[in-house]
Design a protein around this ligand. Structure first.
Ligand SMILES: C[S@@+](CC[C@H](N)C(=O)[O-])C[C@H]1O[C@@H](n2cnc3c(N)ncnc32)[C@H](O)[C@@H]1O
Length: 320
């Protein structure tokens, strides 16, 4: 075998990765499911940025407008001189810039994300635009154990979790996540949480089932990722995107519905689908002021301040 052969031959798919294990477990379950954190490969992260600009997707522009208004107050209350801002699920770090502009004497910014491409692009852009800021990205799954960089030790730490990514957890998981973040950030930590509030079913469903089909492509990319990384043979056109409002659980659910009876192969296994059977791919829980305060309290935080945008309502909470 020549060196050229080695270079052009695709690496064999690994079926012992966290992604492969979740796919095997999730597609073998009686009610098929996949964790939403696996949406975010390079293409998934790019599609998410396109979703943020869609007319139907009100959360990003609503939260951004609210953050623009309250950034000075947040910086005053939560980002003292010499502190470190630790962002969970930072993506493109776009809204973060409003905090960075309002708190120029931050010691460092630590973006944490599972998506390498998003983390690299955001860190490079921030280093260019904020040359005096120490940017220390952490590639990690924030639901698992990870280390903060050394520069965060002994510093006042402020967590930031925007984008209503908290809604991807069930309420019990959200409380568990916030409790772990509280322990990780340590005594005296502050936490800025962006969370979407309950509103009309029409507005909610449109936000997750846009006319241009970008959210459908984002959802189906999970199947594309299985094909690319786990030797899958899934026909993406044989699955339909569904966004449904589950009122009892106060959440939008995203599903991929099989359009026919079919058997697919992935990660060295075969998985059968009945016609209409779905893979549950994401929850986006919607909160009330009360449910947010309850979850925070379960995790040991208390809501120090809560700002809510004009309709469509989106909340930013400062937790202490
Ligand atoms: C809904 S997007 C929000 C992005 C950005 N914070 C915003 O507000 O626009 C969720 C982000 O969290 C990241 N993410 C999702 N699950 C994650 C996990 N378990 N660990 C680390 N990052 C995760 C994704 O890669 C993505 O960048």
């Amino acid at each position: 075998m020549s060196l050229t052969d080695l270079a052009i031959r695709p690496a064999p798919a690994r079926h012992d990765t966290p992604f492969a294990r979740d796919v095997i477990e999730g597609l073998s379950a009686a009610r098929k499911r996949l964790p939403s954190k696996h949406f975010y490969d390079r293409l998934g992260s790019d599609l998410f940025e396109q979703i943020c600009d869609l007319p139907e997707y009100y959360p990003t522009r609503t939260e951004t407008a609210l953050m623009r208004d309250i950034a000075p107050a947040l910086a005053e209350a939560a980002l003292p001189e010499g502190s470190v801002l630790v962002e969970y699920g930072s993506g493109a770090s776009t809204k973060t810039r409003l905090l960075l502009d309002a708190a120029p004497r931050l010691r460092a910014y630590v973006p944490i994300d599972i998506s390498l491409s998003a983390l690299e692009a955001a860190s490079a852009a921030l280093r260019r635009d904020y040359p005096a800021l120490r940017v220390e990205p952490v590639l990690a799954d924030f639901t698992a154990a990870f280390e903060l960089p050394a520069s965060a030790r002994g510093r006042p730490l402020t967590g930031y979790f925007p984008g209503s990514t908290i809604g991807n957890f069930t309420p019990a998981e959200a409380a568990g996540f916030l409790a772990r973040a509280r322990r990780r950030l340590g005594p005296g930590a502050r936490f800025i949480l962006g969370a979407d509030l309950v509103k009309s079913e029409h507005t909610l469903v449109a936000a997750y089932d846009d006319a241009a089909g970008v959210t459908a492509a984002f959802n189906r990319n999970l199947l594309g990722r299985i094909n690319r990384e786990l030797d899958g043979d899934i026909d993406l056109t044989a699955f339909a995107h569904r966004a449904v409002w589950n009122r009892a659980e106060s959440r939008i659910e995203m599903h991929l519905a099989s359009l026919k009876p079919q058997t697919v192969e992935a990660a060295g296994r075969r998985f059968h689908f009945d016609e209409g059977e779905t893979i549950h791919t994401e929850n986006c829980c919607k909160f009330t002021r009360e449910s947010l305060a309850q979850i925070a309290a379960k995790a040991g935080w208390s809501v120090q301040d809560l700002w809510v945008s004009p309709e469509p309502e989106f909340a930013v909470a400062l937790l202490l």
